[in-house]
Design a protein around this ligand. Structure first.
Ligand SMILES: Nc1nc2c(ncn2[C@@H]2O[C@H](COP(=O)(O)OP(=O)(O)OP(=O)(O)O)[C@@H](O)[C@H]2O)c(=O)[nH]1
Length: 722
């Protein structure tokens, strides 16, 4: 314990922990975390590189802070150190430093997904033209053209000045049947074009009404930005106290006495570094945003009361953070209490894959008292550290983009939206599209209630000036052109109307196979709630064993107790199915599941669950039935018998009638009643079935109006093969 840790070393020597880690990794030293204690030899190695005022400066030069940085970064691209990091961890340990592999987060990851405009052949053709000018023609058509995905034969014909019927014929000759209105695949388009001496260039149309497109930023994010932090944990473990306490200890002198404004988030400054906290504690804010596709949280603080330990919502929070691949810092709270037992918290969290560094893991644990403030400094320092490792980058010199934290209709000011500016700078007067609303930023206040003119990356602000109230989790984008903002805003609100009409399709057992077939899913996400821990575990274990090729069962959350709203939000955000084992959803969960179209499956027998999931995965859904008429019966006489009702003396003219048939009563060609058979008799005895050519006595459940001449049509439901 007395040894120096990486982050301490880094701090002492004025470099970042990341640089130190990378340097060690390049030297072949395994490093899991910036919490790692350094061995003497490692310190010697490091000192050669980083020690302030070294005895023997490297390459005879005095080292400037900037030099270390650029070297460290350069090496990170070539050394493959990410692999090193990844190997040391299980899937549960989402420590900050094993990021960078496969995480779909932050604009940097999205680059390269689009922009595939370059087409081969384009240059070649130009060169040909230079070398050998095309022979003179009456009308010179451009030899290159652009087309959009889904171009039809007719449209292509027009572009290359050829008869559509010629293209249809040519395609027919190679065995492709088309007509003039048929869309062509890109290969065919390019082939036909080149046959006629053209080069076709696919034009990728970016939907400018899709705000997500504006979040695909290029490589030029080169400024650091503050971390955005969400605090989660079990009820009463101290989330609110911690948020208040951080806020109050860090109010800068200028703000002291100011009225703090609740705008859903606030920003503090700790040792020159800013940190933004989303101040709606719990997972509500976190998951509503995520279920709307927006992820704004960079770091999760998991608050666990040391006198209470890991509780159901603690586990929920862990699962929420893991599902979103957000690093967790554990705040072991209430250590001031005599009954506090921080070690127990650590042991319990270990069962959920969070181990402190001293125990071989990579999760940062900070012991604190939100009430007294002890340990909060340390927590803030850890946040800065993780933020540093996460390399949170931005660019302030661009029109702002970001996400709605919360929004409401204010009686006097109209729609008011709290926004988190994620990149760029938001200014009063900006034309903005927010979700399906739009407007001009009329007034802007920060979290201290002060009016401000502009706000940079990771800053929470509240704005007015929108035409309507957006939703939490909506994206916003500023446009330099007023008209564009308005037209995009209007288009989006129209699209929303259409979307509302269509049912959003979430995963349900019934469409599971279809979705899997279409390759939309590789993981089947499940949430399991049960009456006792034992059954939840047994069920999880059995479900994990289901082996269907190409599909992976992923249990993203389990818990004991009724299915609650938070389960449903998580399911919705992660396209998961919820399985309730001997438990039911509570009222809110039920409502939420209806609203979000989340599939809830309630069971009380384990093998039934397994069967259902397995057969759904294999596409063997519950059998479908179809009706089969099995005969025809004619009513020849009726008898009214008190207490029994109307008995029909009938004759089976065709097929048969069985005791378990359903029946339709048909009078003059019209179905007048549909129901169940009550009794079927041959003479005085109950009969199982009566065949054609025989007489029988019949009564029908809840129907006493049989008349002579009525036809009774017996039918059964039979399973149909898929
Ligand atoms: N002794 C002690 N009490 C604390 C500490 N932190 C919070 N508490 C107390 O624990 C209780 C619950 O704290 P909250 O901050 O309301 O807990 P929460 O997690 O926000 O609770 P919910 O909002 O209900 O989910 C309050 O009575 C706090 O005063 C602490 O560090 N030490």
């Amino acid at each position: 314990m007395s040894k120096i840790r990486i982050h301490e070393y880094a701090k002492e020597n004025g470099v970042s922990s990341k640089e130190v880690m990378e340097f060690l990794q390049n030297k072949g030293i395994e490093v899991n975390s910036h919490m790692k204690s350094l061995e003497d030899e490692e310190i010697t190695v490091l000192n050669k590189k980083f020690k302030k005022n070294p005895a023997k400066p490297e390459a005879g030069k005095e080292k400037k802070p900037g030099q270390g940085r650029s070297q460290g970064q350069k090496s990170s691209n070539t050394s493959g150190n990410n692999q090193n990091q990844g190997q040391n961890k299980g899937p549960n340990s989402k420590g900050p430093q094993n990021k960078g592999q496969g995480q779909n987060r932050g604009p940097q990851n999205k680059r390269n997904q689009k922009n595939r405009r370059h087409k081969p052949g384009q240059k070649g053709l130009k060169r040909n033209q230079n070398q050998k000018p095309a022979p003179k023609k009456e009308v010179e058509l451009p030899r290159e053209f652009k087309y959009q995905e889904g171009i039809t034969v007719g449209e292509l014909a027009e572009k290359i000045g050829v008869d559509a019927s010629k293209i249809v014929k040519d395609l027919f000759m190679v065995g492709v049947m088309t007509n003039i209105n048929q869309s062509l695949d890109n290969d065919s388009v390019e082939l036909i074009a080149s046959d006629h001496g053209f080069t076709a260039e696919l034009e990728v149309v970016v939907d400018n009404t899709d705000l997500e497109n504006y979040f695909e930023l290029g490589d030029d994010l080169d400024e650091e930005r503050p971390s955005v932090v969400t605090i989660m944990g079990h009820v009463d473990h101290g989330k609110t106290t911690l948020l208040d306490s951080i806020r109050h200890t860090k109010v800068t002198a200028g703000e002291a006495g100011g009225i703090t404004q609740h705008i859903g988030a606030y920003q503090i400054e700790n040792k020159g570094k800013k940190i933004t906290f989303l101040d709606t504690p719990g997972h509500a804010a976190f998951t509503t945003m995520r279920s709307r596709g927006a992820q704004v949280t960079d770091i999760t603080i998991l608050v666990v009361a040391a006198d209470d330990g890991v509780m159901p919502q603690t586990i929920e929070a862990i699962n929420h953070a893991k599902a979103a691949e957000v690093p967790i810092i554990v705040a072991v709270n209430k250590v001031d209490k005599p009954t506090a037992n921080p070690d127990r918290v650590m042991t319990e969290l270990g069962e959920h894959g969070l181990y402190p560094e001293d125990w071989g893991g990579d999760t940062i644990f900070v012991q604190l008292s939100a009430l007294s403030g002890d340990g909060i400094e340390n927590l803030l320092e850890m946040i800065t550290l993780v933020g540093e490792v996460e390399e949170l980058k931005t660019k302030s010199d661009m029109p702002a983009i970001g996400t709605v934290i919360e929004a409401e209709l204010d009686k006097s000011r109209g729609p008011a939206a709290s926004l988190l500016v994620q990149h760029g700078t938001l200014r009063v007067g900006d034309s903005i599209v927010v979700g399906n609303t739009f407007g001009k930023v009329r007034a802007m206040v920060d979290d201290t209630g002060s009016r401000i003119q502009e706000a940079g990356p990771s800053t929470p602000v509240e704005i007015t000036g929108l035409n309507d109230v957006p939703l939490a989790g909506d994206r916003f984008v500023v446009f330099t052109d007023d008209k564009k903002a308005r037209s995009i805003g209007e288009a989006r609100s129209e699209q929303q109307v259409v979307k509302d009409r269509e049912q959003t399709q979430k995963v349900s057992i019934d469409n599971l196979f279809e979705q899997m077939k279409e390759g939309e899913m590789k993981d089947l996400n499940l949430i399991i709630k049960g009456d006792v821990q034992g059954s939840v575990e047994a069920l999880s274990a059995s479900l994990m064993k289901i082996d269907v090729e190409g599909i992976n069962v992923r249990i993203i959350h389990t818990g004991v107790g009724a299915i609650n709203e938070s389960d449903v939000t998580l399911a919705s955000a992660s396209s998961a199915i919820i399985i309730g084992f001997n438990v039911r959803p509570d009222v809110n969960a039920k409502k939420a599941a209806d609203r979000e179209k989340v599939d809830l499956r309630l069971h009380s027998i384990i093998y039934k669950v397994i069967e259902e999931i397995e057969s759904a995965m294999k596409g063997m859904l519950d059998p479908e039935y179809e009706e089969k008429v099995i005969g025809n019966v004619e009513v020849r006489q009726t008898f009214k018998v008190s207490k029994v009702g109307t008995i029909a003396g009938a004759y089976v003219t065709d097929g048969k009638i069985t005791r378990d048939s359903s029946v339709r009563v048909i009078r003059e060609g019209i179905v007048i009643y549909e129901g169940e058979l009550d009794t079927l008799k041959r003479f005085k005895d109950d009969a199982k079935e009566v065949a054609a050519g025989y007489e029988c006595g019949i009564t029908i459940k809840k129907f006493n109006d049989l008349k002579e001449g009525d036809q009774i049509e017996p039918y059964i439901m039979v399973e149909i093969e898929r």
